[in-house]
Design a protein around this ligand. Structure first.
Ligand SMILES: NC(=O)c1ccc[n+]([C@@H]2O[C@H](COP(=O)([O-])OP(=O)(O)OC[C@H]3O[C@@H](n4cnc5c(N)ncnc54)[C@H](O)[C@@H]3O)[C@@H](O)[C@H]2O)c1
Length: 342
């Protein structure tokens, strides 16, 4: 069996390449290392691929997902995991055209290649909770200890997939991802492709390349290790995120590939169990690194969520063999170890 992983050098792509290889799959990866162009050399992902190639016998293609030659790989695939993206919502405000071309047009190019050459292949799309734009910010929250919590008790376990998508701000990233997400759904409904969209909260892990505009967890830890001042944007640090290790996400994609449910959408993240406010994260990072953090508060970012926890009950119901395995502390320690080695 052969899997095609797009964005194979990225955070999620790396864990997918490794997991599928460990499970005995042949792995084809496509990544043009454009992350270094989007974020500068600190955000590069080539070193992830160099490490993966040392450990695993996978086939890597330095190629753009929009390149017509990708059809040759699509034809051979028994599963496709599409992780390649411009992944940052603040960065998309500066580069809306590139953001659209990679996220929306790039996904459409892949879907067309699948429609033309391999209609039955399971296709997992990495969507995002940013498709919901600012919708979470229209709810009311109160401070509880060092975090915010919703006033509405029905939100205790987070937002499910019924949250509205439109009539508010998204940033260009949210919009390009909504387009790609809806294209994936449409190609299931209209052409019968086996696509599903996974709308993630914060994904992280040792393969995350820390820059201020993407992957806050390793960025915070890097600041703790260097002693440099960190800026927390908006909400005085009380904003809540839910964090999933990319290795746990890769396992869900494996379950999906074994039993695809075409046209589905799933909210995925660390759920209530792995939820954390930025102030709580500072405490955890100080414990993990043994260093006192130095931070200041900055202005709120556009369309940034005040509170997000993914209600993952639908994914758990459809894929009972899957669940979150990696806790917050283990995840933060994994990142700290990876940064200590770098
Ligand atoms: N990391 C998160 O917190 C998070 C949260 C929600 C959703 N997501 C989504 O999950 C997916 C994976 O995220 P990630 O954190 O692994 O991102 P990442 O930036 O680490 O990896 C993406 C990879 O795609 C590559 N790439 C970009 N454009 C390409 C193109 N045109 N052709 C070939 N390769 C290209 C990049 O070089 C990079 O290596 C993305 O779709 C992202 O939007 C991520």
């Amino acid at each position: 069996m052969k899997v095609l992983v797009t964005g194979g050098a990225g955070l999620v792509g790396t864990e997918c390449c490794k997991l599928f290889a460990q499970q005995g799959w042949e792995v084809m990866s496509v990544d043009n290392y454009t992350r270094a162009k989007i974020f500068g050399s600190e955000g590069q992902t080539k070193s992830n691929m160099d490490n993966t190639l040392k450990e695993y016998n996978i086939e890597h293609h330095e190629m753009d997902i929009r390149d017509e030659k990708i059809s040759e790989l699509v034809k051979q695939a028994d599963a496709i995991i599409h992780t390649a993206a411009q992944p940052s919502h603040p960065r998309s405000i500066e580069i809306p055209m590139e953001d659209f071309q990679i996220n929306a047009h790039g996904t459409l190019c892949l879907l067309e290649a699948v429609r033309a050459h391999n209609k039955d292949v399971p296709f997992a799309f990495c969507s995002t909770n940013k498709v919901y734009g600012e919708a979470p910010n229209y709810f009311s929250y109160k401070k509880v200890g060092k975090r915010l919590e919703p006033l509405d008790p029905s939100l205790k376990d987070g937002f499910d997939e019924s949250l509205r998508l439109d009539r508010m701000m998204h940033t260009p990233f949210g919009v390009s991802k909504v387009a790609a997400d809806l294209y994936c759904q449409e190609y299931a409904h209209l052409y019968g492709l086996k696509t599903a969209c996974f709308r993630m909260g914060c994904i992280t892990g040792g393969a995350a390349k820390a820059v201020e505009m993407h992957n806050w967890e390793p960025f915070f830890i890097k600041k703790a290790m260097s002693g440099e001042e960190l800026t927390i944007f908006g909400h005085d640090g009380y904003q809540v995120r839910d964090v999933i290790h990319a290795a746990d996400l890769a396992k869900l994609f494996l379950e999906f590939v074994k039993a695809p449910r075409p046209g589905e959408v799933y909210n995925i993240g660390g759920a209530r169990r792995n939820s954390i406010s930025l102030l709580e994260a500072i405490d955890l990072i100080e414990e993990v690194t043994g260093k006192k953090m130095n931070y200041k508060l900055g202005p709120e970012r556009e369309a940034d969520h005040i509170w997000w926890i993914s209600d993952i009950s639908k994914a758990r119901l459809h894929y009972p063999g899957w669940d979150l395995r990696i806790g917050l502390e283990e995840t933060f320690r994994d990142i700290h170890q990876a940064l200590s080695r770098a």
